[in-house]
Design a binder for this molecule. Structure first.
Ligand code: URP
Ligand code: ZN
Ligand code: ZN
Length: 476
């Protein structure tokens, strides 16, 4: 069995920062600590002096090869998972999106077919429900039994993906009874439709109108409603891509009213773009379509509130909502902002951005960084302790991260299949050096050693409430 010893690094988990060696045998971590390797004749030594050793990242929100708004996201499961590995993300959870009239089995099979022979990182699926009827409802136990234990609803994208409250109220108790979780894109689709029509009628056709059509009010209303509906059946509820203070207030209100004695759980995710970019990018820029996504980028005061909530453990995870479109696809909305495919690239940069902007700027501790980039997602989405931590028995998904390397993000250098970077020119300190996926060295100093199809589907258990992050700051 192949053995690797990672030596002299600083291992970081969601609770500890320790100098320790990591011994890998085959696909698993078998020991951490001071390890004497003289007993092994056949072992690869990897020196991690001066580096951090993190659990492989988990991005719980991506859209690879997703048909959307008359086109499809430009990264498939090969290019998207390869970009993820370059940035230290070894597992992602993609959304298998049901089209109207399709059975859940057909949806899941379609997503397996997209991923199976292409993925180079591990992956799991959430099932996005757009059409819950007697037949699809009857399929839910079989879907959960396959390890797809989280379901997604869109409260926006009216006429395409949006579900109404009746569908939500039907889905939630079924999912709760199966030990699963419901996740939601929280924006009020009716409000957005009305605001969009008003803006277009006023001649506001450019991308700068997009944030006006998607105000914080639309997100806050839907966030509160989603959590209110979830409370009825005590359905574990996860708010995806929370972007603004107004929605955060609704989240806090719902959390406060929770009775901890009841099995009622609320979790929330934000995305790296909402932490590090703001709505000034829409103003008077001919290329503003690059950042058209829903929810839109918000104001600096929203960013400050998100950072605070993340450090307090009110927001648990940082995802990307990676949904890239090339510039010719973005141009489909020239003359009508509502036709710009919504989404932006980022799966490669989540960890390096969160390290530079979070840890180095003392907004997060190293354990909080690890919790937000992997551990919380593993726990919430039923992959712990196999994924998201460094401990004997866990998959050897490991990132050796050099905190001293400066670099600049650019479309010239990234691995996304996208001809622009949402973060062009941003200066980072700290870079992914070496990545192991289940014990196999897949990235080393910018070079990839991968085979399409090496990524495995991860069948997940049900929901488990994670630890909350500590609100303490330490030196990075
Ligand atoms: O703009 C976005 N976020 N596009 C991807 C689909 C979604 O809403 O998550
Ligand atoms: Zn969404
Ligand atoms: Zn999304």
């Amino acid at each position: 069995m192949a053995r690797v010893l990672i030596q002299n690094g600083t291992c970081v988990t969601a609770t500890d920062v320790v100098q320790a060696d990591v011994l890998i045998e085959g696909e698993h971590i078998v020991a951490l600590g001071r390890i004497d390797s003289t007993q092994y004749t056949d072992i690869e030594h990897v020196d991690a002096t001066g580096c951090y050793v993190f659990p492989g990242g988990i991005d719980p929100h991506t859209h690879l090869d997703m048909p959307f708004m008359g086109t499809a996201s430009s990264d498939d499961f090969h290019t998207g998972t390869l970009a993820a590995l370059h940035g230290g993300t070894t597992t992602l959870i993609d959304f298998a999106i049901q089209t109207q009239g399709e059975s859940f089995e057909e949806t899941v099979n379609a997503w397996h077919a997209k991923a199976k022979h292409k993925a180079v990182a591990d992956y799991a699926f959430h099932l996005a429900v757009t059409d819950l009827n007697d037949y699809t409802e009857s399929e839910l136990p079989a879907i959960v039994a396959q390890g797809i234990t989280s379901f997604k609803v869109f409260m926006a994208y009216k006429g395409v993906l949006m579900v109404d409250d009746a569908q939500l109220l039907r889905l939630m108790p079924r999912v709760a009874s199966l030990g699963g979780m419901v996740t939601a894109h929280c924006e009020n689709g009716d409000m957005i439709e009305r605001f969009t029509a008003d803006l277009l009628a006023q001649g506001r056709t450019g991308p700068d109108a997009h944030p006006l059509a998607h105000p914080p009010l639309a997100e806050a209303e839907a966030t509160g409603r989603f959590l209110d509906l979830a409370s009825i059946d005590r359905t574990p509820a996860y708010v995806v891509h929370l972007s603004c203070q107004a929605a955060l207030e609704r989240l806090k209100m719902a959390m406060l009213r929770q009775d901890p004695a009841l099995a009622s759980y609320i979790e929330a995710e934000t995305c790296i773009q909402y932490l590090v970019l703001n709505d000034s990018l829409y103003a008077e820029r001919p290329d503003a379509a690059k950042w058209v996504a829903s929810p839109p980028l918000r104001k600096p005061e929203d960013q400050a509130a998100l950072w605070e909530a993340l450090s307090q453990g009110i927001i648990q995870t940082v995802a990307t909502d990676h949904c890239p479109f090339c510039l010719d696809q973005k141009a489909m909305g020239d003359g009508d902002f509502s036709k710009i495919p919504n989404g932006m690239p980022g799966v490669e940069h989540r960890m390096e951005l969160l390290y530079s902007e979070g840890v180095l700027k003392k907004r997060l501790t190293l354990p909080q960084f690890v919790r937000a980039t992997s551990t919380a997602a593993a726990e919430i989405f039923g992959m712990a302790p196999r994924k998201g931590t460094l401990q004997p028995g866990a998959d050897a998904d490991i990132v050796i991260f050099d905190p001293n390397v400066p670099h600049v993000l650019s479309a010239q250098l990234h691995h996304h299949r996208c001809d622009y970077s949402a973060y062009e020119g941003m200066r980072m300190k700290g870079k992914t050096r070496t990545v192991f996926l289940r014990g196999r060295k897949v990235i080393d100093r910018g070079e990839a050693f991968v085979e399409p199809g090496q990524g495995q589907f991860i069948a997940r258990a049900g929901y488990r409430q994670p630890l909350r992050a500590e609100n303490t700051l330490v030196n990075a």
